[in-house]
Design a protein around this ligand. Structure first.
Ligand code: CP3
Length: 365
């Protein structure tokens, strides 16, 4: 272990100049000066890439997440193609929940579907704690990837307790999260028991990834925007805080992201994030005012803009880079995941444009 001048502990091998810890992405997460604004895309692995569709043609989603050689190849595809500043591990938020003993599948075109939804205290008991051995394929894939990626940082991730609870209680994707909220309001004790259990699984899953060598982690609370700030603070914040505060001292930046969270940005930062992900609804300068100057921001191009003609894309990229200057650190990203119908060449052009515009600005001082 080594300690840099700001007192941040870096793992061996990552402290060398030019290693992942010194990459533009990690520097921006830590609010340090960058040679250019780093960029990656949520859901960059899969979705729009033909080479991904080919590899996945005959392998079901969960099985592909459990085969380290496939995980490695799919994770590397967008890095090779687009030149993004970070890779994100190919997996899914329900992978650790399945490893914890819950019978579920990822159904093409639908998403996660749970065989027996969680509704009672006895159901919560079915969620077992996980160890590294339960997700050894993730450990193996991360170790392979760290070698393959060299100086490019790898982002590990997990689903946050609220978003995972929604899939488990509903039994599948939901627009209203009605059953989840009914349980939350109707039986707070059971709700907190469920989220407490999920926080343990999530924390253990992120620790496995960090031990195996990821350079940053992102906690996806994709559906937290369904809640008011008061309910978020009461029902969700303690559990997301348990996850993120459990990683203090792990030596990697923590990104906390959700969709429709304009009203929750301050609270999501308080949960213990170094970087707060912002969707397209809140301009980054406004978001920074809500989050505070002690955290970086990540975002926030509307994924639908990528379907518009290039001059529209270019104008939006310029606007976001400009508004991102208000933040003490900016990681360029979309406001949510890449849509499957996105032309991959547009993604490649966005990466080049972000790099060009932001490094030109650096030249000008
Ligand atoms: O970012 C990446 O490219 C890495 C891979 C990744 C997947 N899922 C692969 C996947 C990541 C980071 C996720 C996270 C995830 N999964 C989230 C949080 C991010 C977000 O989008 O808000 C959520 C909510 C899920 C749950 C989930 N998994 C849904 C709703 C779906 C169906 C929609 C979809 O994307 O097709 C999935 C399935 C899924 N996860 C696929 C992939 C490549 C598609 C699998 C298939 O249908 O064959």
């Amino acid at each position: 272990m080594t300690t840099d001048t700001t007192g941040t502990v870096a793992r061996d091998g990552e402290s060398r100049p030019g290693g992942p810890a010194d990459s533009p992405f990690i520097r921006a997460c830590r609010r340090r000066p960058v040679p250019h604004t780093p960029v990656w895309f949520m859901r960059q692995a899969g979705r729009s890439l033909p080479e991904y569709r080919e590899i996945r043609a005959s392998v079901p989603m969960l099985e592909s997440c459990r085969r380290p050689e496939l995980v490695t190849e799919i994770t590397l595809q967008p890095v090779r193609r687009h030149g993004v500043d970070a890779a994100i591990l190919f997996s899914d938020i329900v992978v650790p929940v399945a490893a914890a003993g819950i019978d579920l599948d990822i159904v093409p075109g639908t998403g996660p579907v749970v065989a027996e939804p969680i509704r009672t205290a006895a159901d919560v008991e079915r969620i077992r704690p996980i160890t590294r051995d339960d997700v050894s394929y993730v450990d193996e894939a991360v170790r392979q990837l760290v070698v393959e990626l060299g100086d490019t940082p790898l982002i590990g991730f997990a689903g946050a307790p609220f978003t995972l609870a929604s899939y488990l209680v509903e039994g599948g994707p939901s627009r209203t999260h009605a059953k989840t909220k009914a349980l939350m309001y109707g039986d707070p004790e059971l709700w907190h028991a469920l989220c407490g259990r999920l926080a343990e699984v999530t924390l253990a899953f992120l620790r496995v990834q960090i031990e195996a060598g990821v350079s940053a982690v992102q906690l996806f609370d994709s559906w937290a925007g369904a809640l008011s700030e008061a309910d978020y603070r009461r029902f969700v914040l303690p559990h997301s805080t348990a996850v993120l505060s459990g990683l203090v001292g792990a030596g990697v930046p923590r990104i906390h992201f959700g969709v429709g969270t304009g009203e929750l940005l301050g609270a999501m930062g308080e949960a213990g994030a170094d970087v707060v992900g912002v969707d397209w609804r809140t301009p980054l300068d406004v978001a920074t005012g809500r989050i505070g100057a002690d955290k970086a921001v990540q975002g926030n191009l509307d994924p639908c803009v990528l379907l518009a003609p290039w001059p529209v894309v270019e104008a939006e990229v310029r606007r976001i880079l400009e508004q991102g200057r208000a933040a003490p650190g900016h990681v360029f990203n979309l406001g949510h995941g890449v849509l499957p119908e996105t032309d991959p060449e547009v993604l490649t052009r966005v990466v080049a444009l972000v790099h060009e515009l932001s490094s030109r600005r650096a030249d000008q001082g």
